[in-house]
Design a protein around this ligand. Structure first.
Ligand SMILES: Nc1nc2c(c(=O)[nH]1)N[C@H]1C(S)=C(S)[C@@H](COP(=O)(O)O)O[C@H]1N2
Ligand SMILES: [Mo]
Length: 329
């Protein structure tokens, strides 16, 4: 989803991904030359920051064994240095291919305390809550989830957090609420990508109430057994593993309950290519590339993509009777 100009801003991942990301693990370590070594600096900084987080005592959270994986967990150093977080990427004519994935260092500028989350719209009583108070109201657990980006790469991550249904309970939505609209921070002074005025900042995503309350829908506060690194979307991010990665909105500051279907950031950029539902389906191609297979971060192989990213058992029923909806883009 490389943003080049408002119309032709995207490349398939095979053109946009630096090769070292997809070398196998042993080759990665053995060949860790200048590029790989410098990419580990922000990783080390993020690790140090995690230990100073005011909620550090809550980690590692107990793993919920219900969500099993048949794949290896993506090595943390690879995952923490290959990210989509366009707030921290300022397009430049001189950028090397793949530069838009290497935002980890820039993301360390994001101030994540104090951090307030606003809950408003169609709720009993709108309120704002500090992130530490919110997290401590919840029982954190760890879940191993797959993640499939629309660009046809994938990863597996040990997220920590709490079910979104618990946040919905806290919010007390009215029965007229049909959707939850979520918003990322807007701080162009720390996030240079947000200076690009032609993009519809802030980043927005949305779910139906049934999706928000599905047991898979997870509010992420941690990863790899500690508070989440900034490049992953600290201090609060969404995980909906049956949907494409762009639904996983990062660094959330607002949950608005509404009766209108939210329009997402990516729909705002290209309505014809990115829709509201964005459920993973290997048979429905992106207008510019196939979704049949995916390249696993840290590995050289491609594997077949699964319908609903393999989570149909949990979610297929949500979409049974929806005629005329573009469920898979
Ligand atoms: N605010 C915000 N959230 C975002 C994005 C973004 O650019 N900004 N990118 C999305 C995309 S396309 C993907 S694939 C995932 C990437 O998550 P990761 O960097 O932790 O792998 O974050 C999603 N959430
Ligand atoms: Mo993505």
């Amino acid at each position: 989803m490389l943003i080049k100009n408002p119309k032709g801003w995207e490349l398939p991942e095979r053109l946009a991904t630096p090769e070292y990301i997809f070398m196998n693990r042993r080759a990665f370590i053995a060949g860790a030359g200048s590029i790989a070594a410098s990419s580990l600096l922000p990783f080390a900084a993020a690790m140090a920051a995690a230990s100073e987080d005011p909620t550090a005592d809550l980690y590692p959270a107990k793993r919920n064994g219900k969500y099993k994986l048949k794949r290896d967990i993506t090595p943390e150093d690879i995952n923490a240095t290959y990210n989509n977080f366009y707030e921290f990427y300022a397009p430049s004519l001189f950028a090397l291919p793949g530069a838009e994935k290497r935002i980890a260092e820039a993301a360390q500028k994001l101030p994540i305390r104090p951090w307030e989350v606003k809950i408003d719209g169609l709720v009993e009583k709108p309120f704002t809550i500090g992130i530490d108070e919110l997290i401590r109201k919840m029982t954190l657990e760890e879940r191993l989830y797959r993640h499939r980006c629309v660009e046809a790469w994938s990863m597996t991550v040990p997220w920590s957090g709490f079910p979104m249904s618990e946040l919905v309970k806290l919010a007390q939505p009215l029965s007229s609420a049909k959707y939850v609209r979520m918003e990322t921070f807007f701080m162009p002074k720390v996030a240079p990508g947000q200076k690009t005025k032609s993009y519809p900042w802030p980043y927005v995503e949305g779910l139906t109430m049934a999706e928000a309350n599905n047991e898979l829908t997870f509010m992420v506060t941690g990863a790899y057994g500690k508070p989440m690194a900034k490049q992953f979307g600290a201090p609060l991010r969404l995980a909906v593993p049956w949907k494409y990665g762009f639904k996983h909105i990062k660094s959330i500051v607002r949950f608005e309950f509404t009766d209108k279907r939210p329009k997402s950031f990516w729909q705002g950029l290209s309505d014809a290519e990115y829709g509201f539902w964005a459920n993973v389906n290997p048979q429905v191609s992106h207008p510019r590339w196939s979704q049949a297979t995916e390249r696993v971060l840290g590995e050289s192989s491609r594997i077949p993509t699964q319908i609903y990213n393999g989570y149909g058992e949990w979610v297929a029923h949500l979409y049974k009777d929806m005629k005329g909806e573009k469920l898979f883009m």
